[in-house]
Design a binder for this molecule. Structure first.
Ligand SMILES: [Zn+2]
Length: 382
């Protein structure tokens, strides 16, 4: 019997992420979902009945978006642990940041199964957190940007197949949510909005694009600027569209300490977004996404679960939670001498700063383009 996410939020995880790595030199060498799960368990924030193990999506389920040839190639890559010419040239498997690793089919299939289950469970409403999901770059027939299967697309299709016809996809990963935008560019039932670093890979998601709302932000993007975009563009847009369901891709790579972007958010910004959109639709699914500093990711996503459940975040972690964070290893510069607060707290120091003129311009231009009032109101500032 699955728990009812309308009564209390449900957490979908899996042990497949524990010890799984893209290879020792890859940005996804690090543990992320297992850290988040261990943290919220150590904090006694997860009652047994609210945890659901993600099922692996079946080939037929994955084929709702991906091509049979690509799915077969991914399975073959896992079985042989070798990339042949077709895999590399046609499906981008084994090249360009998409390595062949031990669970290269089963792990993405589990993320897809988790997000699809989250959407099935919330078809009548409720909240599900599935931090293993959020692989927003994958294409129907090829891998892209560390993503093999596009679990957000598969989840949104699950909602559509359940009869929902007004969905909102919000993506706050540091990278443009290109795979999701392109999958639904011609489908008026799914509105996609991405906030991401300007000028960074995949170099799409310009503010002028008409297929979707895109808010490309400059280096140093801070908490105050995120709040400004939320109040002037994102929240008015969601309120105007009154979606039946919202999917939030809550990548953690826009955090200041992330090695792959140059944005400067604190995790307070992510939690404020989650809090602000929580009540704006009957159904909410929050996925993970990017995030390449193991402490930042674990602390951010554990806090997301706290916000979804109205749990107070302690100023200092107890010994059990601290032990989870002290147990992490990171073979980059930042891992050599991590600051003490990465072990002892969940909450970052806020990164408030004046809203720069270019952010105000971007907000005004987008509010005009998408015909929203562009006025922030006090209750948005949750
Ligand atoms: Zn990213």
């Amino acid at each position: 019997m699955l728990p009812d996410p309308r009564h209390a939020p449900v957490y979908i995880g899996s042990e497949i992420y524990r010890g799984s790595t893209y290879g020792s030199t890859h940005p996804l060498a690090i543990p992320r979902v297992s850290t988040c799960t261990d943290l919220i368990r150590a904090l006694r924030w997860l009652q047994g009945e609210r945890f659901v193990a993600a099922p692996m999506a079946s080939v037929a389920q994955i084929a709702r978006f991906h091509t049979p040839e690509y799915i077969a190639a991914l399975q073959r890559a896992e079985a042989t642990q070798h990339a042949d010419e077709q895999m590399r040239a046609r499906h981008a498997i084994g090249v360009a940041g998409n390595p062949i690793y031990k669970e290269v089919f089963r792990r993405p299939a589990t993320s897809a199964g988790g997000v699809m289950l989250a959407c099935r469970m919330t078809a009548q409403g409720g909240i599900v957190h599935v931090p293993g999901g959020g692989t927003h770059h994958a294409r129907a027939d090829r891998a892209a940007g560390f993503c093999y299967l596009n679990d957000p697309v598969l989840g949104l299709l699950t909602w559509l197949d359940a009869g929902l016809d007004n969905l909102f996809y919000l993506d706050i990963d540091a990278h443009h949510g290109d795979g999701v935008q392109d999958a639904f560019a011609d489908d008026p039932r799914v509105f996609t909005l991405s906030i991401h670093e300007a000028g960074r890979w995949p170099h799409t998601g310009l503010a002028e694009e008409e297929a979707a709302c895109n808010l490309p932000v400059p280096e140093g993007f801070n908490d105050s600027e995120m709040r400004h975009l939320m109040q002037t563009v994102v929240l008015p847009l969601i309120r105007a569209r009154r979606p039946q369901a919202i999917m939030l891709q809550c990548g953690a790579d826009a955090l200041q300490e992330d090695p792959l972007s140059r944005l400067s958010l604190s995790n307070n910004a992510h939690w404020e977004v989650v809090h602000a959109i929580r009540a704006l639709a009957p159904a909410l699914v929050v996925t993970g996404g990017g995030g390449y500093n193991p402490w930042s990711v674990g602390r951010c996503w554990a806090g997301v679960w706290a916000v979804l459940n109205d749990l107070p975040i302690p100023d200092r972690l107890d010994a059990a939670a601290e032990a989870v964070l002290r147990g992490l290893r990171f073979n980059r510069e930042a891992g050599r001498n991590p600051p003490e607060h990465w072990f002892t707290t969940l909450r970052d120091a806020p990164r408030e700063a004046p809203v720069r003129e270019e952010i105000e311009r971007l907000a005004a231009q987008s509010a005009r383009m998408w015909a929203v009032s562009g006025r922030g109101t006090r209750e948005d500032a949750a």
